[in-house]
Structure formats: C-alpha cells, structure tokens
Design a protein around this ligand. Sequence first.
Ligand code: 13P
Length: 248
Amino acid sequence: MRQPLVVGNWKMNGSLQFISNLLHSIQSNIDDKISCEIGVCVPFVYVGLAIDVAGKSSIKVGAQTVSEHTSGAYTGEVSASMLEELGCHWVLVGHSERRQLFNEVNEQLVTKVMAAQRAGLIPIYCVGETEAERKSGDTFSVIEKQINALIDNESINLTNLVLAYEPVWAIGTGLTATPDEAQEAHAFIRQLVKNKAGDLADKLRILYGGSVKADNAETLFHQEDIDGGLIGGASLDANAFISICQMA
Ligand code: 13P
C-alpha cells in the first residue's frame, strides 16, 4: 500500500509575508479527513522560514532544485547537504522548467538525484513529454529515456525516491491529461521500474502534475498507478491545496 503524497511546487512565487500566511492557512486546515503525506517545495530563500512555520506539523518542506556538486566554486548554487542541514525533506529534480529553461539534461539530473540521496534528501524526479512529442507519437520513448537514465544507474536508491509524471503541455495551461492518459503513462513508468527492480516498483510513488485543481484531482487520484499530485498554481491557494489533499 502506497501512502498518497501531495506536494505543492510554489515555483518562483511569494514573499516573506505571503509564504508565512499560506503555510499557516494550510496548516490550520489540516484535519482528520487528510491521510496523505503533504509537502511544499519553496524557493531557496524561503526554505528556512517555511521550515520554521511548518514546525512540528505534518507538512514536509523541500526545495525546487539542487546542485549536483558537493561544494566549491559554483557561484549561485546550493548543495544538497546545505538543504538537508536546514531541515529540507524533498527536492524536485528535473522539473520541465529546469529542463527547458535551464537546459538541464538527463545525465546531469541523475547526478543531482545521487547528490540529493547522498545528503539524505528525497528527490522527486520529474519526467514528461512536450506537446510536440505527444503529437508526433513520441510520448513513451521520451518518458522511457528520462526514466531509464535514472534507473539504469546502479547508484540510485529506488527506495528513497519519488517520481512525478508531468506532461509539459499540461503545466500551467489549464489542460490536464485525462485520467486514462495519465494512468497509461504512470503504468508505463511503473513497468519500466518493475523491469529493472521487480516488486520494488510497487512501493514507488508516482505523482501526477499538470493543472491539477480541486475539481479534477479526485478522478486523477482514483487511477491505480497515480499516488498523488505535484501541484503548481493551485498550491498557492490554501483552500484549493487542502481540497486536493483531501481527495488524495
Ligand atoms: P500547474 O499545476 O500550475 O499546472 O503546475 C504543475 C507543475 O509544474 C508542478 O510542478
């Protein structure tokens, strides 16, 4: 049995006040109806604040990217051990915005996952096809390449990992994969892991991301291989985020 997980990806949004208010409201609305694990991935500069505000609540804080390097002359970068020392739990790796806007590629992303795991963080490794790739029938080959880059590497610990399927065309567009489309991709990803690691694949959580809202979360989360969501826009609204958590 996989415990559902809902993670908010706040991207480059917020301010000290906004983040403090948002986290307080999420926290004060967590009740017995919520049985999923909850995370928020915040901009680096707000990690410390978010951890302070989240306090002893069940919300676990994460970052949105991490350096693949341990330390040294990498101006502007933040290492996994720095995040761990602050109290981070998760880190997103390979979000499509990192892949597309910052040219991060599979090989580098795998080293980021390794760096995160070495420091004791749980990486949430994101994959997904663009609109053009889906239209040209390349969805599964793209996902396969992204997943295999990771799982073919013997140093990756598959028990300390979350995967996220985020079709790029569904991110921030209001378009969502249909529950069937999403389930098909999730089942495909789980099978790839199964081919490599057998039954361990059944324990691995695979989140869906891409325009998840309070009104479409339920049908998505009902799918067999969807273990929760990675939520962008809707995670900036405490009520919407809590509703999504309730559906998980
Ligand atoms: P939206 O929920 O805004 O589409 O963003 C999804 C996402 O990128 C989460 O990482």
